[in-house]
Design a protein around this ligand. Structure first.
Ligand SMILES: [Zn+2]
Length: 296
């Protein structure tokens, strides 16, 4: 794990898996953009910050996924830092009961045990009509890019560095991803289009890229997700239930599903592609023999 300079006072922590950008207010105080994953990254991020004598003054969250907000509550407790997040996602992770909106197929006790550490208190709610926020006296620009998650945002630092979070994935991730996640794929693709108008001098993609120009990356991301949707379309033969589509996709794409957790993730991932095909009129949802089935 190391710190890399992006531009001016904007740096990022390279966790190996993720870039976590931060903005240096002065030699000591920093504002992080996301906080990393608790499971595999907390200890090392913590150590790295301490080694550099950094204190977390604020955290602006791109979205409330486990690998992005995993350490928010931890740092809030340690540094009493200001937390800013889009209002809807802030409400989702304000309690385990609300978190169940994300993990609807899991029981409340499972959610509490595995995702309870995501519960945090947000100080600054970012509303849909806001295109900037002030955290610790520093102004950041906000671009609303819903789709990957319900209220995902991109954050631009005063150095004109655009952090696009998970609104885009890098080429390396595209190479390895069988089914990249979107909460609502149709919205996500619209948000990706929006990014053509985000003019910054540098861009940081959470998993994991740094670019001076993202025009081609946006086009390639859009093509990649659409191509995955086309592959799901190819897997649909006759009238199939969601579970039957899932069974076919798991087998065809050689996806290993060995835990309840993985099953739930794959199901959520697949659902957004199936819904996208339904949303765009390529498949229909019908009722057959008392079951909901998808048909071309
Ligand atoms: Zn995410």
């Amino acid at each position: 794990m190391e710190i890399r300079k992006v531009k001016g006072n904007t740096f990022c922590i390279d966790t190996g898996m993720t870039y976590i950008p931060f903005y240096k207010i002065n030699n000591e105080d920093i504002i992080m953009m996301d906080s990393g994953w608790a499971g595999g990254e907390r200890e090392e991020i913590d150590e790295l910050l301490e080694k550099n004598n950094f204190k977390v003054a604020g955290i602006i969250c791109s979205h409330a996924h486990i690998d992005h907000i995993g350490n928010v509550a931890y740092f809030k407790k340690k540094y009493n830092c200001i937390i800013a997040m889009s209002a809807y996602e802030a409400l989702i992770c304000s309690s385990t009961t609300n978190l169940k909106v994300y993990y609807s197929s899991q029981t409340l006790s499972y959610v509490t045990e595995h995702f309870g550490h995501m519960v945090c208190k947000t100080d600054i709610m970012i509303w849909d009509n806001q295109d900037s926020i002030n955290v610790c006296g520093i102004e950041f620009k906000i671009l609303h890019t819903p789709g990957h998650s319900p209220a995902h945002i991109c954050i631009t630092t005063p150095d004109d560095v655009g952090y696009v979070g998970d609104a885009l994935i890098s080429y390396k991730v595209m190479k390895g991803a069988k089914m990249p996640y979107a909460f609502i794929l149709k919205e996500d693709l619209r948000s990706k289009e929006k990014l053509y108008n985000l003019k910054c001098s540098k861009y940081v993609v959470a998993h994991k890229g740094m670019y001076s120009d993202i025009t081609n990356l946006i086009t390639d991301n859009i093509d990649f997700y659409k191509n995955r949707a086309a592959k799901v379309y190819d897997a649909i033969d006759g009238a199939m239930t969601m579970e039957e589509i899932m069974k076919t996709v798991i087998k065809k794409w050689n996806i290993s599903v060995k835990s309840r957790y993985k099953y739930a993730i794959i199901e959520r991932m697949l659902r957004s592609y199936v819904e996208y095909l339904n949303d765009t009129g390529r498949i229909k949802l019908i009722m057959e023999d008392g079951f909901l089935k998808y048909i071309k």
